[in-house]
Design a protein around this ligand. Structure first.
Ligand SMILES: NC(=O)c1ccc[n+]([C@@H]2O[C@H](COP(=O)([O-])OP(=O)(O)OC[C@H]3O[C@@H](n4cnc5c(N)ncnc54)[C@H](O)[C@@H]3O)[C@@H](O)[C@H]2O)c1
Length: 276
């Protein structure tokens, strides 16, 4: 019988959904999302694959959502892991940002305040329960590099990285670890929508692939595996880090094309770089 509990916010879709399914192998999942329909689906999916899951419908910007998640976790077992994944972006230039203050406040509310309250409730539970819990916050390459029209998003993800360091330093003496994962482009409903909304979706996708040395967009499960590692004892001495999972995107000075001569010389496909 599994007794370890993991809270996953944003579990209804994309990266959070993949993380919830991956962690359900050895955790009871408390899945949090604002979208009740998707939340019901992920809970059913976990139960169908033999796991245990419970849902909290709520806005992560409200502390009460996290308090509820903490309280449900306490009833279902021992809270060991907490993943703050709920987040979204709105691309707009600073000078052109929607003047409706709600957009600005809601973006900061979800990405930044949501992560803050998640960390606050997680450490509260770990300290009172005397457990050596672990937190993973989902950041972004945007927390460390700039891209036109992403000012507010980048501000929130920079804040997520800063908060991650603070939690790791403040609660490290009590055995609590906190890390962030900073994905590059990941194929989720959010990214698919951003492609669909672009004037030329195919070009937008190809541009992202070109900029990434691994020449492809990640699958959400590739992020979930790193989160699972950071929550496990295998990473017992890793804390306070923001780990980029982005196919070497932020290591590159620009787009690098595959060298066709090199590929031919070694019998590799001149487009994919893979064996012919
Ligand atoms: N997809 C990418 O390329 C990418 C890259 C880097 C970082 N990220 C980050 O990964 C996380 C997940 O992104 P995704 O692409 O899977 O998006 P997604 O839209 O597929 O999933 C996000 C989930 O969060 C939920 N959510 C949004 N606001 C919420 C709120 N206020 N309260 C509770 N739940 C809320 C949504 O309902 C949805 O289920 C985000 O933090 C995002 O910034 C994504």
């Amino acid at each position: 019988m599994i007794n370890d509990v993991a809270v996953v916010t944003g579990a209804g879709s994309g990266i959070g959904h993949s993380i919830a399914l991956r962690l359900a192998v050895d955790h009871v999942i408390v899945a949090v999302d604002i979208n009740s329909e998707n939340l019901t689906k992920v809970v059913q999916e976990i139960i169908l694959q033999g796991g245990q899951a419970h849902s909290i419908v709520g806005d992560v910007a409200d502390r009460v959502t996290h308090i509820q998640a903490r309280e449900v976790a306490a009833i279902k077992g021992t809270l060991r892991a907490w993943v703050n994944c709920a987040g979204w972006t709105r691309g707009a230039a600073l000078h052109d940002f929607p003047s409706d203050p709600k957009v600005f406040e809601e973006l900061i509310g979800t990405n930044q305040n949501g992560t803050f309250w998640g960390c606050a409730e997680a450490v509260h539970a770990f300290i009172t329960n005397k457990t050596r819990g672990t937190i993973v916050n989902i950041s972004s390459v945007h927390g460390r590099r700039a891209w036109r029209d992403h000012a507010v998003y980048e501000m929130t993800k920079g804040a997520v990285d800063a908060l991650t360091r603070n939690v790791a330093v403040t609660y490290g003496p009590y055995g609590i670890r906190c890390n962030a994962v900073a994905p590059g482009a990941v194929m989720t409903p959010a990214l698919a929508k951003s492609f669909a909304d672009a004037p030329n979706p195919k070009e937008r996708r190809e541009n992202l692939e070109k900029l990434t040395p691994l020449k492809r967009i990640a699958n959400p499960s590739e992020i979930a595996e790193v989160v699972a590692f950071l929550l496990s004892d295998k990473s017992s001495y890793v804390s306070g880090q923001s780990i980029a999972v982005e196919g070497a995107w932020t290591s590159a000075l620009g787009a690098i094309d595959l060298d066709e001569n090199l590929a031919r010389r070694y019998g590799l496909d001149s487009r994919s770089g893979l064996p012919e």
